[in-house]
Ligand binder design. Structure first.
Ligand code: GN1
Ligand code: MG
Length: 356
């Protein structure tokens, strides 16, 4: 690993990499500064089986971070280096290093004294809503076509259902026969869940730049518990605002875990829903009436999409998501499906919050 680290233009010496468990896709390490007062870094091996165009991925991230940094500087914001990620180039000016074995590595400056939350409170959900709303506003003026879809059709539910159909047809892991209940639950909702794509084709629902992975733990908080920096920019790309709203609710407005084995733990946390919605709508002032009215559907869409994605990976023999035990993707599927059912029951209550 020293050979990898030595490729990057670090400002000072660093200690041995310390692995950190974040996300299901990339491998991450902290490079602590060797001397007090020095800079620490965040090293990642990019999963290039998932992000197949690493050049485009890294270009996207550079554009997004430069765009946000310019806005923060123009607004006179203090401590800009804690509010936006900074990529560290290699010594020959590239945005990643490719090893002779074909692995891709990148480095960010580590944001110091930051914490992340796995569970939010209504107070932090309100602040998170403001922060994700602001993030969308900051990126709203990136010209169309400037960012590449780092994973093509990433949040396109029609595409995800196609992958699901293919997985059933191929039945690579021989798991289709025992999972008919899930297949039926997915099929029963497919027509209704493709609404966003239909509205887009009809020219009624437009795309904005989205984060596309607005899990609570992709936001760093400062010492006072205020949102400071949005991280994990791999999937920043054009999409429907429903994606970011829905994915936050999927992960934060859930009283259970994403992979809860006890389905009775899973309910919609309406307090968090209400607080995030208030924060988000106070900043995302560009939303149309149609977009606002679709937000509860957006919650269901993201839970449904995640059900389809975890389940498709299960049928394919667990090749996409990192798993911790053999049936993990099946457990995740059931937990996401239950969340979807709970969100269906809360539809009226959600509509009332938005209307208010
Ligand atoms: C993956 O690895 P992480 O936590 O950043 C996935 C998201 C899913 C999420 C499920 C590139 O995100 O789309 O919503 O797992 N990222 C990719 O928790 O597929
Ligand atoms: Mg991610």
């Amino acid at each position: 690993m020293n050979i990898i680290i030595s490729q990057f233009a670090l400002a000072n010496a660093v200690l041995d990499p310390k692995p950190v468990k974040v996300g299901f896709i990339n491998d991450s390490f902290i490079l602590p500064a060797a001397q007090a007062g020095g800079k620490s870094y965040f090293l990642q091996r990019i999963n290039h089986h998932i992000f197949t165009n690493v050049d485009a991925l890294q270009e996207n991230i550079l554009k997004v971070t430069n765009h946000i940094r310019a806005k923060l500087l123009a607004a006179g914001v203090q401590d800009v280096q804690r509010r936006v990620l900074e990529l560290v180039p290699t010594k020959d000016g590239k945005l990643y290093y490719k090893t002779p074995e074909g692995d891709y590595w990148r480095v960010y400056v580590l944001i110091e004294n930051a914490t992340s939350q796995e569970k939010v409170t209504p107070e932090s959900a309100f602040l998170a809503g403001q922060a994700f709303g602001e993030f969308q506003c900051q990126l709203a003026d990136i010209p169309e076509g400037e960012l590449v879809e780092s994973i093509p059709n990433f949040h396109n539910i029609e595409f995800r259902l196609q992958q699901f159909d293919d997985a059933i047809r191929d039945d690579k892991a021989g798991r289709v026969a025992q999972t008919k209940d899930i297949i039926d639950a997915i099929n029963a909702r497919r027509e209704a869940m493709c609404l966003a794509e239909r509205l887009h084709r009809e020219g009624k629902l437009h795309k904005h730049i989205n984060h596309c992975d607005t899990k609570v733990n992709n936001m760093l908080f400062d010492e006072e518990g205020k949102p400071m920096c949005i991280v994990d920019l791999d999937t920043v790309m054009p999409g429907y605002v429903l994606s970011d709203f829905g994915d936050f609710m999927r992960t934060a407005a859930n009283t259970g875990e994403e992979d809860d084995k006890n389905l009775d733990n899973i309910h919609v946390n309406m307090e968090v829903f209400e607080a995030y919605t208030r924060g988000y709508l106070s900043r995302a002032t560009f939303l149309t009436d149609l977009e606002k009215s679709l937000l509860p559907y957006g919650c269901r869409l993201l839970s449904y999409m995640q059900t389809v994605r975890f389940f498709t990976d299960y049928l394919n023999g667990d090749t996409y998501y990192k798993i911790q035990y053999p049936e993990h993707n099946l457990v995740r599927t059931y937990a996401q499906l239950r969340l979807l059912e709970e969100q269906e029951k809360s539809e009226e209550a959600m509509n009332a919050v938005i209307a208010k």
